[in-house]
Design a protein around this ligand. Structure first.
Ligand SMILES: [Zn+2]
Ligand SMILES: [Zn+2]
Ligand SMILES: [Zn+2]
Length: 382
């Protein structure tokens, strides 16, 4: 089995994979598809799909192989590609750092943890299996899917808000457990808190822990949305200045609004509520937020914008969070590149009125008027 070009994220760290380089001096080699790399055939990988290894720097499921150094790949013996060997060498070096970071977590709990590290996330995935679409995936497959989905949040955040890689200095850590006791231990140990649902440490080196079993999440869609939403919070809190803005008056609407926006954008809908009563979950507006909001605006029963902007994070009601999502939606459509500047001000505890004025030239009243007409013009009726 040769490796298809699936190293989208890792190319940034490791340079282009050999197969990206289609120089004619390499004669076609069938066993490796002229990539110079083939899957490691060591018996230790029996039953493990090594084709998945593309999006993790370190994967605990393939880690203990001496033959390939836990990269899942070895040089092809049938052809000569020095660039492939050099790429493997770089992969092994990057992997060593990631392995050490994962081992730190394992040392603290004194047991092996299933997980790994992607470009921007340290991940622990403990759920043994889960149905995704029509297919049941095992723990290893789910870890790689988890990595792909969380990297998508990072990429989309940077793409939409035009944020440079360096403006989000730290990677985030996220752990999804099967047993409530393991979540409780991780939450206390690494997030400095406790709750039945997800617990997050915000700001520098953010860390999130949740018990992902079926008593909390009905299915993959449900869990996917929750994880995207929380990854968005971690990334936003790490975006410089590294600070959780949701704790400040005037910051909660932005924090929740943007997390719900990314959830909608990447997971097809938003249904995550961070600071309602524990376990307050489920749909608002039949799952169609834009349709429901349009109706409220048309009937003139939407919450007042100035009230939403001032809401304390613990008091944010569902309809207010949906309105916050829509305000972010509007500001993104107006000029997404200005949103980080607004966020920076809110993290510095600048009053939301002044921050809005400085970034968008709006005050709460003019924002409300512009937002209402935009919602009526652009949101679908059904
Ligand atoms: Zn793997
Ligand atoms: Zn191997
Ligand atoms: Zn939230």
């Amino acid at each position: 089995m040769a490796f298809r070009p699936l190293l989208v994220a890792l190319t940034l760290l490791l340079g282009p994979t050999p197969q990206d380089d289609e120089q004619p001096q390499h004669p076609r080699c069938k066993p490796c598809d002229t990539t110079g790399l083939v899957a490691c055939e060591d018996r230790i990988h029996k039953g493990v799909d090594l084709g998945l290894e593309g999006n993790l720097l370190y994967c605990s499921h393939v880690a203990d192989c001496e033959a390939c150094g836990g990269t899942g790949r070895v040089d092809c013996e049938r052809c000569e590609r020095p660039d492939a060997a050099a790429w493997l060498e770089r992969a092994r070096e990057c992997r060593a750092g990631a392995k050490a970071r994962h081992a730190e977590l394992e040392a603290e709990v004194e047991r092996a943890l299933p997980g790994g590290e992607s470009e921007h996330f340290r991940l622990i995935w403990d759920l043994e299996s889960m149905k995704v679409g029509r297919k049941r995936l095992d723990r290893h497959e789910l870890l790689h899917l988890f990595a792909e989905r969380m990297e998508a949040v990072h990429a989309r955040y940077r793409e939409v808000l035009k944020v440079a890689e360096t403006e989000i200095p730290d990677g985030s850590a996220m752990a999804v457990w099967w047993l409530p006791a393991d979540h409780a231990d991780a939450a206390r140990r690494w997030c400095g808190g406790s709750a039945t649902m997800g617990v997050k440490r915000m700001g520098p080196k953010p860390f999130f822990s949740v018990c992902g079993n079926r008593s909390h999440f009905a299915d993959d869609t449900d869990l996917h949305r929750y994880l995207v939403h929380n990854a968005a919070h971690l990334i936003l809190s790490n975006h410089t200045p590294q600070q959780w803005m949701g704790q400040f008056k005037g910051g909660a609407w932005y924090d929740e609004g943007l997390a719900s926006w990314l959830e909608t954008d990447l997971a097809g809908g938003a249904q995550t509520w961070c600071f309602q009563e524990q376990d307050a979950r489920g749909m608002w507006g039949g799952g169609k937020w834009r349709v429901a909001l349009r109706k409220l605006v048309a009937e003139d029963t939407a919450p007042s914008v100035s009230q939403v902007l001032q809401r304390d994070v613990n008091a944010l009601e569902m309809v207010e969070q949906a309105t916050a999502f829509s305000l972010i939606d509007y500001l993104i459509s107006r000029d997404a590149a200005k949103l980080p500047a607004l966020g920076r001000q809110l993290k510095k505890k600048v009053a939301v009125r002044d921050a809005l004025q400085e970034s968008y030239g709006l005050n709460p009243l003019s924002l409300e008027q512009a937002w209402r007409s935009w919602v009526l013009e652009t949101y679908p009726k059904r």
